[in-house]
Ligand binder design. Structure first.
Ligand code: F0G
Length: 450
């Protein structure tokens, strides 16, 4: 197979900072050893997230200029609605400023105290929205096997069927791709089985569709029945199976802000729209500028282009190989939006309570001003007053890939930094949390090295 290359050329460039080792040490200490608190001017390569960090195309920048900023009934909304309806098949389209606003509105409407939402894995903001409604978020991911399954993002159907007997279950949420489970895809076979179960028990099936196009592409690669279908056709097929979706469009909208709710049920949409007006804005802009809606409409067309998605998957795979060669234990197979590394395997001498994922992420920063995100106990663990934290099931570090931003040579630099860190793995120490909030603690926590 020929080497992959970026299927675009660069029209506008942005210089990147190169802080010295001393500046990196100072910046990390000043940030309370929390990479979320490090300013971007002290970062060389920022792989913290693929959310809102994308580079827009020339066509998207052009779309911004034609944005209609009318408060009500803007043409930009009509453009956005047309694209979303065509993609999802859902008639009711509500723009929101980002994914978590959609989650609060939809889940706040559906769930009440004591009720249950089941998912392949609720993303952290989704879980927070379920819990804010007084309900319980239950994750039933398939077990990770060795060798790994092609669809490690699936929900466990046997356990789902068991839990659906509980009449407190109000919805099943399939997160595509499953971000918390290594960015792995959910298969069409899994979605259609979940549909059947939801019909049997009269429960709504909703998609958290932040990375719907990447999920579709991975289906075309890994689910043989769909090898001949285009990513757009596959995405449409997946949407057909559900009752509605929400999405953070900061991912597969290939823009810097935005989100949506799209539903079949006009009555649920009506209730959501009331809250949209109260918290986000009038239903034809929902917390976004008209120009954002136009850029998103264009991004949602570009994101299913086969050449773009093939490059996206191949660059993640290639980058995973580079990190593996550098000595990091990479979670296989790689998906599209990120490469995940198992910090517990690299740092077996740091027990989960001492935050091995944080230790690895911080060392990558110190070694080369590379910022990645910690998906270990700092994020998914739970503080218990007077006791040790409940630790996360896995200690992963995520190297997220912003869309169309970094080239192969930027990623080669990251692999070099990773090799330097892997070489001194046995000397790394853990961390302890000194300050934390009750919910989503990782964004603001302060830590101390041990
Ligand atoms: N759902 C999934 C699967 C996500 O990955 C995210 C965000 C959200 C919902 C929330 O959307 O940020 O627009 O409010 N994920 C980002 C990440 C933050 O880094 O993975 P949002």
């Amino acid at each position: 197979m020929p080497a992959f290359m970026e299927p675009f050329r660069i029209k506008a460039v942005e210089p990147i900072p190169f802080p010295t080792a001393g500046q990196r040490r100072t910046a990390l200490a000043a940030a309370g050893y929390n990479l979320f608190r490090v300013p971007s001017r002290a970062i060389t390569i920022d792989l913290l997230t693929d959310s809102g960090t994308n580079a827009m195309s020339a066509a998207q920048w052009a779309a911004l200029i034609s944005g209609d900023e009318s408060y009500a009934g803007a043409t930009s909304f009509e453009n956005f609605q047309t694209v979303v309806r065509d993609l999802t098949g859902y008639d009711e389209v509500l723009p929101v400023h980002q994914g978590r606003a959609a989650e609060r509105i939809v889940l706040g409407n559906l769930l009440g105290p004591g009720e249950v939402s089941i998912s392949n894995t609720h993303f952290d903001t989704t879980r927070a929205a379920v819990e804010a409604a007084g309900a319980t978020a239950l994750d039933l991911p398939v077990e990770q096997t060795s060798p790994p399954s092609s669809f490690g993002g699936n929900i466990d159907l046997a356990r789902l069927a068991e839990r659906l007997n509980d009449d407190r279950v109000r919805c099943v949420v399939l997160t595509i791709t499953n971000n918390a489970a290594g960015g792995q895809p959910v298969s069409i076979a899994n979605v259609t089985s979940v549909r059947r179960l939801c019909d049997q028990y009269g429960v709504l099936l909703l998609l958290d569709a932040a990375r719907f196009a990447e999920n579709a592409y991975l289906i075309s690669e890994r689910e043989p029945e769909y090898a001949q279908r285009t990513p757009r056709e596959i995405a449409q097929l997946v949407f057909t199976q559900a009752d509605g979706c929400w999405a953070s469009l900061k991912k597969d909208g290939i823009a810097n802000i935005g989100g949506m709710i799209a539903l079949r049920d006009p009555e649920l949409a009506r209730r959501c729209r009331e809250q949209l007006i109260a918290f986000e804005g009038f239903p034809t802009y929902g917390g976004l500028a008209g120009r954002d809606l136009d850029a998103l409409a264009q991004g949602l067309l570009e994101v299913t282009e086969p050449a773009y998605l093939e490059y996206r998957a191949r660059s993640a795979r290639w980058f995973g190989e580079q990190l593996e060669d550098a000595g990091l234990p990479v979670v296989q197979p790689t998906g599209c939006h990120a490469v995940y590394v198992d910090a517990a395997r690299l740092l077996p001498h740091i027990e989960p309570h001492r935050l091995p994922a944080t230790a690895l992420a911080n060392e990558l920063y110190l070694a080369g001003a590379v910022r990645v995100s910690d998906l270990g106990t700092l994020v998914f663990g739970r503080a218990v007053p007077g006791e040790e934290d409940i630790t996360a099931p896995r200690e992963l570090v995520r190297f997220a890939l912003p869309r169309r931003v970094y080239t192969k040579s930027h990623l080669e630099y990251v692999a070099e930094v990773a090799a330097a860190v892997a070489a001194k793995a046995t000397q790394l120490n853990g961390y302890r949390i000194t300050e934390q909030s009750a919910s989503l603690r990782h964004f603001t926590a302060e830590l101390m090295p041990l």
